[in-house]
Design a protein around this ligand. Structure first.
Ligand code: NDP
Length: 611
């Protein structure tokens, strides 16, 4: 039997759980903002390198596309590529990937900031490793390598031929006369697509912090998703930010992005201010190059097995004898529990398991707080950097360079938790605690439109199904789908993402599974000569009821969490990234879909063969 190795935890007796619960609540309450997601402003206009502009590759002129196609896929990131690859595998070649970026890659195209790496085990995260023969160079691999991987996949699967880059879809209208979607773009295209797949990914649009005076600042600004190496010096494969040597720089945000960027800014800027509202929890990285012999020794099917193992350890639970293959911060709680239960015996009930898991959560977070004390020399700074919330209230991070950066004499932490965010920006800098700090540059590591209204998040003005019905109105009171992927009144339209379906701990696995299902439906429809495929009302209603009946109630956990996009910035509305997903889990959902496809009945879908 495999024995998992626990981390070096503070003993239960040394963790004052009742006191911590009170502290967690206080830390949450002081950050909660009435405005919730509305506090953020859109990344557009000329005061910041705006989301609409591509600073990395020139826009090529082209004639508008006006013909017919089987499928338009909105998106050329991993989710759009997953849909495209699965369509190809299902025998569909006539489709476009449309994206406002200049190449394949999605977030891995746009994000080029110094230090960018995948925070997840690359052997899980990077899709199709067995099929493509691609070997990640390390466990947490670099952003530019992932971007290259996207391009290699696109090449290998022949996706470039019909990709339309630097193109924003503005309108999607179902045209019942021709039983197709009319796809209108900012390049004058009017494509008549039989099917449309929305695959824009969850973090496609940068957002900016709602700081009073943000537009008054006269210095340099940019969002981390549009890094300006002309200004900082260096380039993404060699981020020597030497042009910052005489610059006072501030960075706002201390999430997963900032944790990767800050060590570089600290190293190169004359002065760095790190503006923090909520600290991340940051474990050691333990990154390592891929062991070529180990990689060669992996047996066919290894990637799916590893993804399943990561999912169980990260989002479900390990069973007795089940190894933790990934061994990182994401899987620590499961690994530690497994090690402990091997010693003292495994719980006989779910209640007993969950009670012990709760305590383990406090122990792990206490370990992470102690880590700050061990590294950060200034006591006040160390205290401010400690995460007082439960594991997974915010996305966990890992870095060996983050905390040591705060020991540098040119780096100052500005804790803005008491004012629920930065007080104000001025012409010359920012104001905090009664003092004005002059800066040359403000970098926004302020995240993405994950929890804002759908229209703003998706950036498509019009999505109209039958009779001009807008998807934004149709879903105003909550999502309504069959299997999270199709909706009544919106024939031949597919959604991807985390809603009313199974979510895998490896996002790319979720996308591939959705792509496979979409590929099946499209190819079956075309084979059967159907022009319209739409869920029946009864099937959709039944699915929604099933999702609600089997939902795992996270409301208590969410109520106790510090605000973040994981839990809708503290708002109650059920419109957040992981809201309304399939409670029994990803693999249970997969089984439902496999059986559904297996019996070949297309149950719950109405197929129209009239044209
Ligand atoms: P986040 O949304 O996680 O972080 C935004 C940061 O901005 C938070 O620290 C937030 O504080 C802060 N902030 C916002 N408004 C204000 C304000 N008014 N005053 C002060 N601070 C403010 O964005 P990230 O870009 O860091 O990460 C987004 C996601 O991108 C990740 O969760 C992950 O999914 C992905 N990512 C993935 C990586 C990978 O390895 N695969 C690497 C990096 C990012 P507060 O927390 O208090 O709201």
């Amino acid at each position: 039997m495999v024995k998992n190795q626990p981390t070096n935890l503070p003993p239960v007796g040394e963790v004052d759980i009742p006191a911590l619960k009170i502290k967690y609540q206080q830390e949450r309450d002081k950050r909660l903002r009435q405005m919730g997601s509305e506090q953020y402003i859109e990344s557009k206009g000329d005061f910041s390198r705006s989301y609409e502009v591509d600073p990395y590759s020139p826009i090529k002129s082209r004639a508008p596309v006006t013909g017919q196609t089987d499928v338009v896929i909105l998106g050329a990131g991993y989710s759009g590529m997953a849909a495209a690859i699965q369509l190809k595998k299902a025998g569909i070649d006539d489709f476009y990937n449309i994206d406002h970026a200049g190449d394949f890659g999605g977030v891995w195209y746009w994000n080029r900031f110094p230090g960018l790496q995948c925070d997840n085990d690359a052997y899980c995260y990077m899709p199709l490793l067995e099929e493509t023969g691609f070997v990640p160079s390390k466990k947490y691999t670099d952003g530019h390598e992932i971007s290259r991987h996207c391009q290699l996949i696109a090449d290998q699967f022949g996706l470039y031929e019909k990709a339309l880059f630097h193109t924003l879809i503005e309108t999607l209208r179902w045209d019942d006369a021709i039983k197709r979607w009319r796809v209108g773009t900012n390049r004058g295209d009017d494509i008549k697509a039989r099917f449309v797949v929305l695959a824009m990914g969850p973090i496609n649009k940068p957002k900016l912090p709602g700081i009073p005076g943000i537009r008054d600042f006269k210095g340099k600004t940019f969002h981390t998703a549009r890094w300006d190496y002309d200004y900082t010096g260096g380039e993404r494969k060699n981020p020597v930010l030497d042009k910052l040597a005489d610059k006072k720089v501030a960075i706002i945000g201390t999430g997963a992005t900032a944790v990767q960027v800050i060590p570089y800014l600290g190293k190169y800027a004359k002065q760095l201010y790190v503006i923090q509202r909520t600290p991340s929890c940051v474990d050691e990285r333990n990154n390592a190059p891929t062991d070529a012999d180990w990689f060669k020794s992996l047996k066919p099917g290894w990637q799916q097995e590893r993804i399943r193992n990561f999912h169980r350890a990260g989002m479900e639970r390990l069973d007795p004898g089940e190894p933790d293959l990934v061994v990182d911060i994401w899987t620590e709680i499961s690994r530690n529990l497994s090690a402990e239960f091997d010693e003292i015996g495994w719980p006989t009930s779910m209640e007993e398991f969950m009670a012990r898991r709760d305590v383990m959560d406090f122990q792990v977070m206490e370990r992470l707080r102690k880590r700050v004390d061990q590294i950060v020399e200034d006591k006040e700074t160390a205290e401010a950097l400690k995460p007082y919330y439960r594991f997974m209230c915010k996305r966990p991070c890992s870095s060996d360079a983050y905390y040591p950066t705060f020991n540098r004499p040119n780096v100052k932490l500005i804790d803005v938790s008491e004012t629920r965010g930065l007080e104000r920006m001025t012409e010359n800098g920012f104001v905090h605690d009664g003092a004005e700090y002059e800066i040359d540059c403000m970098i926004f590591a302020s995240g993405y439109e994950v929890t804002s209204g759908l229209r703003r998040r998706w950036g498509i003005d019009i999505i109209e199904g039958r009779e001009g019905l807008s998807i934004y109105d149709y879903w105003d009171d909550g999502f309504q789908t069959l299997h999270g992927m199709m909706a009544c009144e919106f024939p031949n339209l597919f959604f991807t993402g985390y809603t009313q379906g199974g979510v895998n701990a490896t996002t790319t696995a979720t996308f591939l599974a959705q792509g496979e299902h979409i590929g099946y439906i499209v190819s079956e429809a075309l084979k059967r000569g159907a022009t319209v495929v739409e869920p029946s009302q009864a099937a959709q209603d039944a699915w929604i009821s099933h999702v609600r009946e089997t939902a795992v109630d996270m409301s208590e956990f969410a109520r106790e969490c510090t605000p973040s996009y994981f839990f809708n910035e503290g708002e109650r509305k059920h419109r957040f990234i992981f809201g309304d997903n399939y409670g029994p889990g990803f693999y249970a959902f997969e089984q439902i879909l496999e059986q559904w496809r297996g019996d070949g009945q297309m149950a719950g879908l109405v197929l129209d063969e009239s044209q």
